[in-house]
Design a protein around this ligand. Structure first.
Ligand SMILES: [Zn+2]
Length: 345
């Protein structure tokens, strides 16, 4: 089968690889669409240590079942499916407690790190265990299904955050995840959604997606603006979707006492924390990682039109065009959001 292999840092080659092995509980999927994730782009220069070459990346995918292992349950060849980005062991300590995303045996598709190498879906075929596979609603396209994973990040962040009717939510960073976050919050009892970014173009999209207020933190004092529209108190909850010190500080400074700040972004491995503010204002810092069983809800949100994904697909291309798309994303070409590769044309 053809696969887009990252042969060295920032180097790609389409190679002919053996068809993936199909274990007893596995489902072999002919990949129809696979999105290039920000984490793939950040990882391609080696800076994250989670894309060690050679590796076939790709964990945001959908396709058609080609073949199933003898013990795989619920799927037949020809089924239209998507799958979780993470392979977990259902009987592990954390999985049994519903935290499949924290499973110690967790392997993310398309990741190669110190502990494991798990080839992903920038390939004609990928093999995954049946318990991470989900059938697509009839109306959903393969391209849409390739964006279920980024939606699931937002849905999981929402799940972990206490939300009260009438709350004001703050979303910092209106890249793809922030824009998904705004749409997901729109479906909750939150009354006001404040978006913050340093790019006016992105803030305009944030408004289209349902943000009631949008502040540019480069050109205004965002914290003062936020306090202004929240009776001087600050937001009730905040979602930080960047992951660098200035934006984490901004989130902490812009919420009310007793608020929860949910941390999604993690560009910086470490940062200095305004500990005294967090402690004396009783702020709850809530980390969130991937998702834990929210895929069916995400498929519903997309197929019902409550969450829009189509407009974030900037381009589609073949595996052969993959290298150039990776370079363009790496160079942060303006206006490029999600690029979806189609390994089977
Ligand atoms: Zn991703």
């Amino acid at each position: 089968m053809k696969a887009l292999v990252m042969t060295g840092y920032k180097e790609f080659e389409v190679q002919d690889l053996p068809t993936p092995a199909v274990a007893a509980h596995d489902v072999l999927i002919r990949v129809q669409a696979c999105g290039i994730c920000g984490s793939d782009v950040h990882g391609m220069d080696g800076s994250t240590g989670r894309r060690r070459p050679p590796v076939v990346m790709g964990h945001e995918a959908s396709g058609i079942v080609e073949h199933v292992g003898p013990d795989a349950v619920g799927y037949h060849s020809g089924d239209r499916v998507t799958f979780d980005s993470t392979i977990y062991n259902p009987s592990s300590f954390f999985s049994r407690r519903g935290m499949i995303n924290l499973c110690d045996d967790r392997r993310v598709l398309g990741v190669s790190c110190e502990d494991y190498r798990q080839n992903g879906a920038f390939a004609e075929l990928v093999s995954v265990p049946d318990h991470i596979v989900y059938r697509l609603p009839e109306s959903m396209t393969y391209d849409q299904a390739a964006l279920v994973e980024p939606v699931s990040i937002a849905v999981h962040a929402r799940t972990l955050t206490p939300i009260e009717p009438g709350d004001t939510a703050l979303v910092i960073g209106t890249g793809l995840i922030g824009l998904m976050m705004i749409q997901v919050l729109k479906q909750t009892a939150v009354e006001r959604i404040i978006a913050v970014d340093i790019d006016d173009g992105k803030l305009a999209v944030a408004r289209e997606m349902g943000a009631t207020d949008a502040f540019n933190s480069k050109t205004t004092d965002a914290t003062a603006e936020i306090k202004n529209v929240t009776s001087g108190r600050g937001a009730d909850i905040a979602f930080e979707a960047v992951g660098i010190e200035p934006t984490v500080r901004l989130a902490i400074a812009s919420v009310r006492k007793g608020a929860t700040v949910t941390l999604i972004g993690n560009l910086a491995k470490e940062l200095a924390l305004p500990l005294q503010q967090v402690v004396t204002r009783q702020i709850r810092l809530q980390g969130t990682c991937a998702s834990a069983g929210e895929y069916p809800e995400c498929l519903d949100l997309i197929s019902s039109g409550k969450v829009t994904v189509d407009r974030f697909i900037s381009a589609t291309g073949s595996l052969d065009e993959g290298a150039s798309w990776f370079q363009r994303l790496y160079q942060q070409e303006p206006g490029l959001m999600k690029v979806v590769l189609k390994p089977n044309g």
